[in-house]
Design a protein around this ligand. Structure first.
Ligand SMILES: [Zn+2]
Length: 622
């Protein structure tokens, strides 16, 4: 039985049962002799019959003894790679053949011991491949132990990779060689650390100098494990992983392999919602799954609204959403009063997110990121921005482009704009918010708008187009087409929009969240494009849906997604996924879906705390 209070990367913070052991994971086992007995989670080597390593994992009163077959090199390199150790415990030597993994899956393993983890670590990419193979075949259920690879500074990364259990063996060995371990620099000179009283742990206080290096190492393991769990609780494990990268080149290599090789698995675990801002400090941060997904969805799901005839490209701002920033408000003021402004498509260029059309400024993580700004763009950042611009120009109905950008800093954009359209650069030597630049901006936009035909529909029709694109970004194009099929009307305020069919709400979107909530009526419109959770018919849907009540869940579901709860093929309720779809099937308990609205066979009229007031606010025919 596996639970997850928090998840990030492939890490799960929660409980797991392995035989008589109840483990709180992720965890580090303290290796050491059998006597005297030690508190906490410990790992002890016991006298073993030949051909076997007998290990005892103990936690308080409970203990699990596992007999790991000792593999001769010629055996370890051949065969299936899977060896049964004890009840529910399997020794795996990567690479493992797929058939062997399929067989292993049917044995319902509780604990997987990655026997050659230490060798895989030195090889690099094969470690990531092994984790991918194991988690793809076996899911999140089994506890994964990577023996003898954990050093204190590696714990955050190994946890992010989905390794649940580590041990202190390597650190104890390092200490016996006279090494003084350090969380940031991996190891430092022991006498220097002693001289500076760098650590106040028991081992350093009692012994030093020379310190009790083994006791110091054990302290660092505990500190790093605690740090890792804190970060996981806070949703900042990736931040911690990146903060530790400089301690050892292998970490950077492995994170690169992980982002590439585990990309889909990492994306699956990344929620589509965002509640707090994250810092994207290093180039490695740019590869975080939520950023990769935003950039991919822009290219795959988004098209510029057809009424947008003038593309206005502007730099991003530190303030999010950009439109609230001082600079963007000044751009807006400069254009104030021009006729046909609804035809202007404001698109911000940023890193690491790429291009952000105004109507997507609230979509996570567009509202939730901070970066160091230097004006120097890395090659990968230029490419991201360039690909976004290409996409807009290819699918947009633009007649003119205005680039309100520093011509030197954004010189790399110039090539991308060498299209048949007229392109006006409106910033000279001065800042983008200086008077001459703002005047030039007004002149350029005014001139561009003169060349495009007047709109036949009102500006709210354009808002509807924009919302439809935001819905496409969230649900996919086909789903958005269905949701916005006539009859559809718009009611509400800019910060809280309601999509209705003229009588009842279909969906609402609040700017702080940036994602649509569907009503049951709206969910019906999406039909088979709505991600499904099949509910056990025996479960009464009176509150939220918990994991045991899930019969099956769409693997495309991400935490934060709108999902339909189906009972015996019929849409019974809708809600917001608390877990990715696959985890709903792989965990033993916990919240699966926050249920928002049950289908009582009547229209939804009280969706929001204010209630639904279809007579208020601007309304437009779709
Ligand atoms: Zn110490």
């Amino acid at each position: 039985m596996r639970t997850a209070d928090r998840f990030e990367g492939l890490a799960l913070l929660g409980e797991a049962t392995v035989g008589p052991l109840s483990l709180s994971l992720p965890a580090v086992m303290e290796s050491g002799p059998a006597e005297p007995p030690r508190p906490g989670l410990t790992l002890t080597s016991l006298p073993s019959p030949s051909g076997v390593r007998r290990l005892r994992i103990a936690d308080g009163g409970a203990e699990l003894v596992v007999d790991l077959p000792v593999l001769a090199p010629e055996i370890a390199g051949a065969g299936t790679g899977v060896h049964r150790a004890s009840e529910g415990v399997f020794l795996v030597h990567a690479p493992v053949r797929n058939e062997a993994l399929a067989e292993l899956r049917s044995a319902a393993p509780k604990l997987i011991v990655l026997g050659n983890a230490r060798a895989l670590w030195t090889e690099g990419e094969p470690l990531v491949a092994a984790v991918r193979a194991i988690r793809t075949a076996l899911g999140a259920g089994p506890v994964l132990w990577a023996p003898r690879v954990g050093l204190p500074h590696r714990i955050p990364f190994l946890t992010y990779l989905g390794v649940d259990l580590l041990d202190t063996t390597e650190g104890e060995l390092a200490a016996s060689r006279g090494e003084y371990l350090d969380l940031t620099l991996a190891r430092v000179d022991a006498s220097a650390a002693g001289m500076e009283r760098a650590c106040s742990c028991e081992g350093c206080r009692a012994g030093g100098p020379p310190a009790d290096l083994a006791a110091h190492a054990r302290t660092l393991y505990r500190r790093s494990a605690a740090e890792t769990r804190v970060a996981l609780r806070e949703g900042r494990l990736r931040d911690l992983v990146e903060a530790r990268l400089a301690s050892e080149p292998t970490l950077s290599e492995l994170l690169r392999y992980a982002d590439r090789g585990l990309g889909p698995l990492l994306e699956e675990r990344a929620p589509v919602t965002g509640a707090r801002s994250h810092d994207y400090v290093l180039l490695e941060s740019h590869r975080r799954p939520e950023m990769v997904r935003f950039r991919a969805r822009l290219l795959e799901r988004y098209r510029p609204p057809p009424s947008k005839s003038v593309l206005l490209i502007v730099p991003c701002s530190k303030t999010k959403p950009y439109r609230r920033s001082r600079s963007h408000r000044r751009f807006a003021q400069a254009l104030d009063g021009l006729e046909g402004l609804a035809r202007v498509h404001v698109v911000s260029l940023s890193s690491p997110i790429g291009v952000v059309p105004r109507e997507l400024e609230d979509v996570p993580p567009a509202r939730h990121y901070d970066i160091p700004v230097t004006g120097d763009w890395a090659e990968s950042e230029r490419r991201t921005v360039g690909d976004g611009i290409d996409h807009l120009l290819r699918l947009g109905q633009y007649k003119a482009v205005v680039a309100h950008l520093d011509p030197e800093e954004y010189a790399f954009v110039r090539d991308r704009l060498s299209v048949s359209l007229p392109v006006d650069w409106t910033v000279g030597d001065s800042a983008t918010t200086a008077r001459p630049a703002l005047d030039a901006l007004r002149t350029a936009i005014s001139k561009a708008l003169d060349t495009v035909p007047r709109m036949t529909s009102g500006p709210l029709a354009v808002v509807l187009e924009e919302l439809r694109e935001a819905a496409s970004f969230q649900f996919g194009r086909e789903a958005a087409d269905r949701l916005f099929a006539a009859p559809v009307r718009l009611a509400g305020r800019p910060w809280f929009q309601r999509i209705t069919d003229g009588r009842s709400d279909l969906a609402t979107v609040r700017e702080e969240r940036g994602l649509f909530h569907l009503t049951v009526l709206g969910a019906h419109r999406l039909g088979d494009r709505l991600p499904r959770v099949e509910v056990d018919p025996a479960v009464r849907l009176e509150g939220d849906l918990f994991v045991p009540g899930v019969r099956s869940a769409d693997p495309t579901i991400r935490a934060g997604d709108e999902v339909g709860l189906y009972r015996e093929g019929r849409l019974a309720a809708i809600g917001e996924a608390a877990l990715p779809g696959r985890l709903m099937g792989e965990l033993g308990r916990g919240l699966a879906v926050n249920v928002r609205k049950r289908d009582h066979g009547e229209t939804d009229t009280h969706l929001t705390e204010q209630g639904s007031r279809s007579t208020r606010g601007p309304v437009v025919e779709g």
